[in-house]
Structure formats: structure tokens, C-alpha cells
Design a protein around this ligand. Structure first.
Ligand code: GLN
Length: 451
């Protein structure tokens, strides 16, 4: 049914870069056989899923939305891919994304944009717009995204779906193409909080192949999603995430969620996190710095594209020609910015200062979580904007992640879930819930209460 749905609508939505029809049907048959033979199956056995094209899939193309990896067939599965298969989940295909996960609209994909199923002329968010659009268009009930500065939560918000960035280190990064390694985190996308929790438990947990993976039990997110009791919970409204630049309808739906939490017995207070104002600026030094280092591996020798290798040019020239042809504008902008920020004489002024801001953000969270159990805010200041509106204005694009970036900087956990439609444009609004590191279960408890 989902393959038929993809066939019917994906020409318009363009959520998928690659549909693995044969692989999906083979996995579905395997699950049927297991069931028939009485073998034990996981809670999501046979459920179809759309996988962001940033995770390696053995024998299946993985492009990361970039021309530089066009035609590359990975020889191995990412840990997330492997766990999905082991959970008997059916992977339908790979979803569209901003090139190397750099963007907030999926317009930076080298393979063309994805439409928002609510209005195909609008963006589905980014970088994981394909994953969220696949869910919103009923092409898949579940998807996997990655969130470096908001790429799971912001697409979830603007497509009316649920997305979770787990605690940093909660889900393995092995086989997940690196953008900014200290911020990148994979996580679940779904239509309901409980669906997201079931998927969260299927992919989370320690992995010796990822040196930053947390060696501790996964928080009981499924139990929390089934519980949904917020009586007596202390909820902090982030004071800084309101005011100028926030759409009226977004704030209206957010205020209603605050009211609902009060009615359900939560104790709601306002919390100030003064360093959050500087998070965006610091992020746009740290993320480009780390990406300039990570993307050095795309040198025309190891993977994918190779341009100008006619036997007359030096290896350096072939590398340069390949990177020139293979990387898009946003990727080049960040590699240049990051190389500059890390260069000798500038390191302390830029990267060093950004790291200090990161510490201040962490302290703001620590102080906040002394008095509240979770923080809440709108996920993104506006609803889905029209395709093309911000594509020539990187600064305007960057603002979409104003509310989501602090969590990546500190490494704790956050969820976005739908909280209604903005009255002025009828488009979905996202509520963001933020929890301390390793308290991911609180997101699901609060999410299930207000869903
Ligand atoms: N939009 C942000 C960026 O462009 C975040 C992307 C992400 O989370 N991968 O970097």
C-alpha cells in the first residue's frame, strides 16, 4: 500500500531520492515467513519506514543530497540501518535532504526540492524535509532524520508531524555521514508520540563503533509515551523565544499549549536563558568549522564523483575540479567559512569564542533544569514559507533554527510535535519540548499529554 502511495504522489512531493521496491518487498516477505513460523518479532515488525539519505545502506545508493556522492553504493550498513533491519522494519527507500544536511528547507538538495504536502509550493523544512514530507503525505508511517541544528524538529513542525532529537550519544552515528560531529544526532520521525517512542527504542542504545555513544540504558520512552501524566511536572517557558519575528498564529497555538499543560496539572513558570540569543551565531562558526574538516574526505579519490582525471592533471587539480563540480553553493560557503574560522591567528577569535558561548548555553540549561523538568517553546518562529522565498538569503534561512539550535549545542534532548494550525495560513505549528540529557522519557510523557 505504501509503495502504491509513493507511486501515486511522490512525483509531486519528491520526498524520496531512491525507492527500494524490491528490497522492501523482500523484507516484508521475510517478516511474513518469520511470523508464519512462529518466530518472535519486534513491536514494529513489518512497518514501513523512510530513511534519510545520510545513513549508509549496503548495496543501496547513499547520496547525502549531493552530486559528489552520486553513484556511490556503500559497502556497509550504518548502525541505525542495521538496527532497523534487525527490528524487522521495512525500509522503503532513501529520502531527500539538503546537501550534507546543510539547510532548513531541502532546497539545497542537488536533486531538486521537496514539496510540503500541506501546500506543495511551500518548503517541508530541512534538512530532513524528505523524511517529514514522506510521513505527512502518508507515503510512510515512520521515518528517520538527523538533527544538527534542528533538521528533525523544524521539518516536523512545518509538516505537522512528530520529530525527536535524542540526547547526543543516544543513537549511534556510525555510518551516518558526518556534518558537524559534535552536534549531529539521528532520531525518529512519526505521526504520533507513541510511534516515535517505539522507533526511538528500536534505534537507540550503546554502539562500540561510535566513540561518542553513551554506554547506559536507553531511557524508557515507550513507557513514558503510554503514561502521559504531567500532574505536578514543572514546565519552563523559554522567555527569549517570543517577540519580534514570531508569527502571531504560532504564538497563539503555543500559548494554548501552555494553557493546556496548566489544565492537565503541570506547574508552568517562565524561565530566562540569556545565552540562547547567541546560539545561532556560535552555531554558524562551530558547524562550518567541523564540516570543513569532515568534508575533506571528499577528495575525488575515495568515494563517488571524480572530475578531470584524464591522465594529464595532478591529484590536487582532480580534487579541486571534483569539489568544484560536486559541492553546491551552501556547502562551499560553509567549507570556506569553517576553514577561515579555524585558520591560525583566527582560531581563538572565532572557534574559541563560539566554544565559550557553547559553555554558557550549557550553563543556562543546567540552571533551568534545577527548577523545571522540561522547557517548552515554539519549534520554529514561523510556519512553512514558500519555496524560493529565502533561498538567496542565507541569514533569513538560518533564522528558522533559532529555537532548536541551543539543544544541539548542549547535547540534551528535544521533541517537536503538532499543536494546531496557524489561523492566518492554515499551516501546522510545532511545539518544542526540551529535556535534560538522558531524560528523553520526559519529552514523551509531556508530548503524550498534549498530543
Ligand atoms: N538548518 C541548520 C543548518 O543549516 C541545521 C541543519 C541540521 O540540523 N542538519 O545547519
Amino acid at each position: 500500500a505504501h509503495l502504491a502511495r509513493i507511486e501515486a504522489v511522490d512525483e509531486k512531493v519528491h520526498a524520496f531520492l531512491h525507492v527500494d521496491r524490491e528490497g522492501a518487498l523482500a523484507q516484508a516477505r521475510r517478516v511474513d515467513e518469520k511470523r508464519a513460523s512462529g518466530e518472535k518479532l519486534g513491536p514494529l515488525a513489518g512497518v514501513p519506514l523512510a530513511l534519510k539519505d545520510i545513513f549508509t545502506t549496503k548495496g543501496i545508493p547513499t547520496t547525502v543530497g549531493s552530486k559528489i556522492l552520486e553513484g556511490w553504493i556503500p559497502p556497509y550498513d550504518a548502525t541505525v540501518t542495521r538496527r532497523l533491519k534487525e527490528a524487522d522494519i521495512v525500509i522503503l527507500g532513501k529520502t531527500n535532504m539538503d546537501e550534507f544536511a546543510m539547510g532548513s528547507s531541502t532546497e539545497n538538495s542537488a536533486y531538486g526540492p521537496t514539496g510540503n504536502p500541506w501546500d506543495l509550493t511551500r518548503i517541508p523544512g530541512g534538512s530532513g524535509g524528505g523524511s517529514s514530507a514522506a510521513i505527512a503525505s502518508y507515503e510512510a508511517p515512520l521515518a528517520i532524520g538527523t538533527d544538527t541544528g534542528g533538521s528533525i524538529r523544524q521539518p516536523a513542525a512545518v509538516t505537522g508531524t512528530v520529530g525527536v532529537k535524542p540526547t547526543y550519544g543516544g543513537v549511534s552515528r556510525y555510518g551516518m555521514v558526518a556534518f558537524s560531529s559534535s552536534l549531529d544526532q539521528g532520531g525518529p520521525c512519526a505521526r504520533t508520540v507513541l510511534d516515535a517512542a517505539l522507533l526511538h527504542e528500536a534505534i537507540a542504545g550503546h554502539d562500540p563503533l561510535d566513540s561518542t555513544s553513551i554506554d547506559a540504558p536507553v531511557p524508557s520512552v515507550v513507557e513514558a509515551a503510554r503514561n502521559g501524566d504531567v500532574k505536578g511536572m514543572r514546565v519552563g517557558v523559554v522567555k527569549e523565544f517570543a517577540g519580534e519575528g514570531y508569527q502571531a498564529g504560532v504564538m497563539q497555538r503555543f500559548d494554548e499549549s501552555v494553557e493546556l499543560l496548566r489544565e492537565l496539572g503541570a506547574e508552568v513558570v517562565e524561565i530566562s536563558c540569556p545565552s540562547f540569543d547567541k546560539a545561532l551565531a556560535a552555531y554558524y562558526l562551530i558547524a562550518p568549522s567541523e564540516c570543513s574538516s569532515n568534508l575533506a574526505r571528499f577528495d575525488a579519490m575515495r568515494y563517488g564523483l571524480r572530475v578531470g582525471d584524464d591522465g594529464t592533471k595532478s591529484a590536487e587539480d582532480v580534487t579541486a575540479l571534483t569539489r568544484e563540480a560536486g559541492f553546491g553553493d551552501e556547502v562551499k560557503r560553509r567549507v570556506i567559512l569553517g576553514t577561515y574560522a579555524l585558520s591560525s591567528g583566527y582560531y581563538d577569535a572565532y572557534y574559541g569564542s563560539a566554544q565559550k558561548v557553547r559553555t554558557l548555553i550549557k550553563r543556562d540549561f543546567e540552571r533551568a533544569f534545577e527548577s523545571v523538568d522540561v522547557l517548552i517553546s515554539p519549534t520554529t518562529p514561523t510556519t512553512a514559507f514558500p519555496i524560493g522565498e529565502r533561498s538567496d538569503d542565507p541569514m533569513a534561512m538560518y533564522l528558522a533554527d533559532l529555537c532548536t539550535i541551543p539543544t544541539n549545542m548542549a547535547g540534551n534532548a528535544a521533541m517537536s510535535l503538532p499543536c494546531g494550525l496557524a489561523p492566518e495560513d492554515g499551516l501546522p505549528v510545532g511545539l518544542q519540548i526540551i529535556a535534560p540529557a538522558m531524560a528523553d522519557d520526559r519529552l514523551y510523557r509531556v508530548g503524550a499529554a498534549v498530543e
